[in-house]
Every structure is written in C-alpha cells, then in structure tokens.
Design a protein around this ligand. Sequence first.
Ligand SMILES: [Mn+2]
Length: 399
Amino acid sequence: MPIEPPDGKEPTMPASEENEKFAFGLWCLMNRGGDPFGEPVREAMSQVAAMEGLARRGYWGYEFHDNDLWPINAGPREIGKVVATLAKAMDRTGLRCASGTTNLFTHPVFKDGAFTSHDPKVRALAIAKAMRTIDAAAELGAENFIFWGGREGAEVDIAKSPVDGIRRYRDAICFLVQYILDNKYSMTVTVEPKPNEPRGDIYLPTVGSVLAFIATMPAKIGRRVGVNPEFAHVKMAGLNVVHEYGQALEAGKLFELHLNGQNPLRYDQDLSFGSDNPKEGLLLVHMLESNGFDGIIAFDAHPYRVEDNDGVWDFVERNIRNYRLFRDKARQIDADPRIAELLDQIGAASPSLVGRYSAAEAARIKAMKFDPDALATRRLPYERLDQVLTEILLGVNFK
Ligand SMILES: [Mn+2]
C-alpha cells in the first residue's frame, strides 16, 4: 500500500504483513544512554516492560544477552526464575524469542578476548557461559543464537597471532554448535561481523570473512552456521551495505540480520534504521524483499542520548515504520513502468548464452563471433534510472 502524503494530518502507519518477523534487542531499549564520555541519562527499564512495549507496537520478537537478564555469577536457580518470568511475559504478550546471545565482552575477565584469550581458563569459562545461555535460549524457543565477538581481536598483533586467534575461535564455535546438535536444539547459529570497537581490530570484520570462516568448519557443523550482518558494522568498514547483505543471502547464509543506521567510518553510532541514508535503506530492503528474504529482521540500535523513556518508544516505532515504508517504496519501484522499461533497455534479465560446461560447449563459445566495438555501444541509461528511483523515494513525480 502506498503511503499517503501527510497533507496536514499524521501519515498512517504502513501496513503490517503476515510472516514479517521484526525483533528488537532488549538491550537497545534497556540502554540508559551512557557512553564513554557521559553517565546514563534515562531511568532503568525492566525486561518485561520492554517486551510489553514491543508487542504493543507490532513487533514479533525480542533478542537478549544473558547478562541483560541475569548477572554473570547467576546460578541455575536464578537463571531458571528469570526464564520463567520471561516465558510468562511471552505467553501474555504473544512476543517470541528471536535470538539469544551471550555477553563475552563486558566483564574484565574478557578484556583480552573470550574464545580467543591466551588463558585456557578464560576460554573454558566463555564456552561454559555460552552453553548456559544456549540452554536458556532453547527453553525460550529462540530461533537463532548469535555470536558477536566484540573482544575477539587485538591491538598488539605480536602478542597474539591471528592464526591462533581464529583457530581458537573456530574450535569454540564448533564445540558449541555440536552442543546444540547433541541436545537436539533447533536454533540456527549466526556470527556477526564487525571491523573494530571495542577492540582496535576485531577478527572476522566482514560478511566475506565470516563466510570463509564457516567454510573451514566440518560440513555437518557449518550447515548450522550463518552470518548476521549489521548495517552499522558494514558502514564502519566503509563497505557497501547492499553488497554485504546480498553476498550472505546469495550464499544461503543470511539466517537473520541486524538493522540500524551509521555514518561511515565513525565510532559505532547505532542510529535508527533509515535515519542516516534513506536511499541506502531503501535499496537494502528492495534487495531483501525482491529475493524473498523471510528470516528475522532485528533492530540493534540505540535511542539518541537526549531522549527520555517516552522517546525510547518513538525510537522503537520509527525503526519498524521505516522498514515498512521502504518495503512499500520497493514495491512502487517494481511496479513503476518507467523503471521496468529502463531495466529492459539495460538488459538486466537477459538469459545467459553460455550453457553448462562440456568440451563441446567450450569449443562452441570459443568459436562464437563477437564485435566488441558494437557491443560497447549499447546505451545504459543509469542516470535516468537512478533519478526515477530517487524521485519515487522523495515522493515526487514530474513525469
Ligand atoms: Mn548487532
């Protein structure tokens, strides 16, 4: 459904759809606005209040870190009690558990890495902590389990070889995936790439790094592991968001994704999705929707530090709203005859002339006659195509 222009009154919320799986990290709502230079500015929000607010605003699920819910030293009884409280809130609200993850970055014990620490006791502690969180996530029905290795990296590479670091990282993930398989948990596992922050450099900085990492795992384990790209992390590396998510999707490894906003090459800003560069957001949603992505769409962002707890809900609403607005715009683009005609002129969907490899096919292709000068004269009206798209995005139509 196209969005009506405001014409004096509030534009209506773009329509929700069956099968959409929007989720938010509880830590995003419970974030009190503290940063390296300033103290928290907001009152604490409980997990249950965060869950209720998400459900009321059309969200399908929530995500959690173990230590958003219980302290690092919590025993099984304390964890069990929290899980029961969450399960009750899920029953009451209908909210689902999208993903769990274990915090392997806040406590000083992880200051030089968790799975990649030099200290074998720290590595074992990290694996034990992850198993406990996996158990809780399974009990809550989590569809996915995320590993974001914020401390898995280095500032001083002479202190730790990346060859050792990455091998330890893989050993840990393989151990934990085997634990998931042995326990017959149905959750998938994703590794979330990020180039830096909090470490000077983090191992597995990009989607391609994670895909290559998965390819080095035994096949039975690797099948269960995918990648969840995060918009801000891609932009921090100065890379192309549509290409990064697209490569994960093409590889069949986009099990879930994190969306937010970010100005390139800066500290991790975690802005609202669509707040930084609407065209980039639109192109990303267009790519996901036109390729039938139906996994978890989770937002991992923070409200502006100036906001109070009412503003947190404005923030929650704008993320889901922007995705749906971009989805409507993506459909307008696909339905626009000017776009269709230009894509046709460009030959975007021309079938291949090269068949499956055989010696005969190779000989046939080699014998084909080509006129490179004539081929080079094909008109490619990308300026016009990009402008039509820009005008659809801006809601104008000059014809
Ligand atoms: Mn994230």
